[in-house]
Design a protein around this ligand. Structure first.
Ligand code: CMC
Length: 429
């Protein structure tokens, strides 16, 4: 037996095997705890629970480090395209140019939706949130590909993977078009992945949309920065659903909906709403921070704090710099960026935030860039979803191939009524 930890409970001692990662992460394997000691672990929010071994993404939250497959996030954000990073996540290695070209072509081929899917959009209310539509339409894709129901079928899984990566931008752009009562634009084969998304979002039958390379680059970078983040809430959701051997479309639609929550991907929209509220109410950053600190209020500083990062989120670092550069190059004076910077300064010098190690996270500056490049506010979380797709897919694949995978089924400690006698209805007072 290798290294182990000892745990003593009610006079019995057991050995817990140690699981060690390549970067020094340590896990104690408690899987025998219940059979050996009759006890389970309690860990609300799974803050100390490792659910799997994974070779995809490494985070050191204390140091503020994020790497995909060993590569630093700042390097990937600066030098790769989204599909290049998607290949890295999915296949484990950066692609060669011919590999990337072939993959890009095949993804573009799949961007179009089955014509019957187009009719779904008419059934949604005009003010439906794009994330609601995205979750519904992604789930509905399982009705079009009945051959892809078994996630252990490697060939079909590869196809489903490409379909999901390719079709989500179309689904999201079409949900926007529907909300505006405008005709849907089909993907165009001459355009790249990101250009195609912008084209489907902004072009009209009477006017082509020629994307500014700066806007394309900013969006590529935002997608890369969101592409994976190990066992976050939506990815864990994808894994939990997939552990039941549900099909990939079902698992990914569950991930989309988990991401929508304001404590997760929904924070980028909530952040802009918060900044607008501060601006309109005339509060100073300090006054708003005081409201956040008041424990009788439920207000949180959106875009701040993270379960894993107890240091500056490395994605926020890249995005802050990019926000300044993008706004300068687009010639935009942005009051919201100034306000965000002042809020950040106020928070980072405040004891409440210092003691709790709360720093800006990925959502703090991404929304400002998205707003500056003309992305409608309700689309922000959907942009996060497009970015997160390769991570969801890579994690889903990894889980399906992992011999340690079992159906996800946590336990509980029951705290309800002890056994009592049943009373027939006429005897209840
Ligand atoms: N504003 C004010 N107080 C905060 C904040 C915040 N943004 N975040 C954490 N805290 C406080 C919290 O009240 C608690 O204080 P106390 O110890 O006095 O009760 C302490 O810090 C620890 O917070 P927690 O809620 O126990 O931490 P968590 O790890 O469960 O939650 C979080 C992490 C991201 C949900 C939380 O920090 C938060 O709600 N942030 C705002 C929403 C946000 O920006 N979410 C995006 C996360 S990054 C993108 C993504 O991965 O989705």
């Amino acid at each position: 037996m290798g290294e182990f930890a000892e745990l003593t409970f009610r006079g019995r001692t057991i050995r817990l095997p140690v699981v060690e990662g390549t970067e020094g992460d340590i896990g104690l394997d408690v899987s025998s705890l219940r059979s050996e000691l009759g006890a389970i672990t309690m860990d609300p929010g799974f803050a100390n629970t490792g659910s799997c071994r994974s070779a995809i993404t490494f985070i050191d939250g204390e140091q503020g480090i994020l790497r995909y497959r060993g590569y630093d996030i700042a390097d990937l954000a600066e030098h790769t395209t989204f599909l290049e990073t998607a290949m890295l996540l999915l296949k484990g290695e950066l692609p060669t140019k011919p590999e990337l070209d072939a993959f890009t072509e095949s993804v573009k081929e799949y961007m179009v939706l089955h014509e019957d899917v187009r009719h779904f959009f008419n059934a949604f209310p005009k003010d439906a949130h794009p994330m609601a539509v995205a979750g519904a339409v992604v789930g509905s894709l399982s009705t079009f590909y009945p051959e892809a129901m078994d996630p252990r079928n490697v060939e079909e899984s590869r196809e489903s993977c490409r379909r999901l990566l390719a079709k989500l931008p179309t689904i999201i752009a079409w949900s926007y078009k529907h909300s505006r009562g405008r005709p849907m634009a089909y993907p165009h084969h001459s355009m790249g992945y990101v250009e195609n998304f912008l084209h489907m979002l902004f072009s009209a039958p009477y006017r082509d949309y020629v994307p500014d390379p700066l806007v394309v680059r900013a969006l590529e970078m935002i997608f890369v920065l969101h592409a994976d983040h190990e066992q976050n809430c939506s990815t864990s959701t994808v894994r939990v659903v997939g552990s039941a051997q549900a099909n990939m479309f079902a698992a990914i639609s569950a991930g989309v909906w988990a991401l929508w929550g304001p404590l997760h991907g929904g924070a980028n929209q909530a952040l802009i709403e918060m900044l607008e509220h501060i601006r309109q109410s005339g509060l100073t950053p300090r006054q708003f921070i005081d409201q956040v600190k008041n424990k009788t209020s439920t207000i949180r500083l959106m875009g701040f704090g993270h379960r894993v990062y107890k240091n500056y989120d490395p994605r926020a670092k890249v995005l802050k710099k990019a926000a300044f550069e993008a706004l300068e190059r687009l010639g935009i004076q942005n009051e919201l960026l100034d306000l965000a910077v002042r809020l950040e300064e106020a928070a980072l010098t405040d004891d409440y935030f210092i003691e709790r190690k709360l720093y800006p996270n990925v959502d703090f500056y991404s929304g400002i860039i998205l707003k500056a490049i003309g992305i409608p506010l309700t689309m922000f979380t959907a942009i996060f979803a497009i970015g997160r797709m390769p991570g969801w897919l890579a994690q889903f694949h990894e889980m399906q191939r992992d011999p340690e995978t079992r159906i996800a089924r946590p336990r509980q400690v029951y705290t309800g009524q002890a056994r009592r006698d049943f009373l027939p209805i006429e005897q209840r007072g």
